[in-house]
Design a protein around this ligand. Structure first.
Ligand SMILES: [Zn+2]
Length: 211
């Protein structure tokens, strides 16, 4: 995947075909009526405007380019080439199948070669992808791939553990279940000791088959 294709990728709908705010609010009124309520009653009158504003927040990631976020790097690292890990990055996302919340934590590590990035940027990259319509597997891969492409480290590891409200509050109604996904690239994939170190640092015993 090239940097250019990563840029365009999911942000394709920023152009002229994007509906207006009025159209978005009308769509919310339709859903309120479909749910069986009266969109004109007092308590619901401002709801479409509030939902539109909430969507701007929930899905603000489409306006953020993770490649840009990662491009400001520091090269004066005095030869530091050990693992850089930001763990337990809390995020909120929404599943692309039901628009239901996905609430979780991501741990992101990379093994720098010649460049490091400000640590807060790793959290911002997680948010940039979380604040889109997602499936957890794709989000995990997107975070790892963008770090690999821009920083060119010798390895990247991303582990995400999340609760999917489409599964806990509807459907099979399995409260308390979490889903874990991981993406290991470079030395984290090839070298079992490096992967073990990462997994122990994030507090997970290495899962069977991963070591
Ligand atoms: Zn879902």
């Amino acid at each position: 995947m090239t940097l250019t294709s990563m840029r365009s990728g999911d942000s394709a709908n920023q152009a002229d075909d994007r509906p207006s705010r009025e159209e978005a609010e009308a769509a919310v009124r339709t859903l309120l009526a479909w749910a069986g309520d009266d969109p004109a009653r007092e308590g619901l009158q401002d709801t479409p405007a509030r939902v539109a504003r909430a969507y701007e927040e929930f899905f603000g990631g489409y306006a953020i380019d993770p490649v840009d976020l990662l491009q400001r790097t520091f090269s004066e690292v005095e030869g530091y080439d050990e693992m850089v890990l930001l763990r337990d990055i809390r995020f909120e996302s929404h599943c692309e199948h039901h628009l239901a919340p996905i609430i979780g934590r991501a741990s992101v590590a990379y093994m720098p070669t010649h460049r490091v990035v400000g640590i807060s940027k790793l959290a911002r990259v997680v948010d940039a992808y979380a604040r889109r319509l997602q499936i957890q597997e794709k989000m995990t891969a997107q975070i790892a791939n963008s770090i690999e492409q821009v920083l060119e480290p010798s390895g990247v590891a991303v582990v995400i553990e999340a609760t999917h409200h489409c599964m806990t509050t509807r459907g099979v109604h399995k409260a308390g279940t979490t889903m874990v996904t991981s993406r290991m690239l470079g030395c984290f994939r090839k070298d079992a000791a490096t992967r073990r170190e990462f997994l122990s640092l994030i507090g997970n015993p290495p899962a069977q088959g991963m070591v």
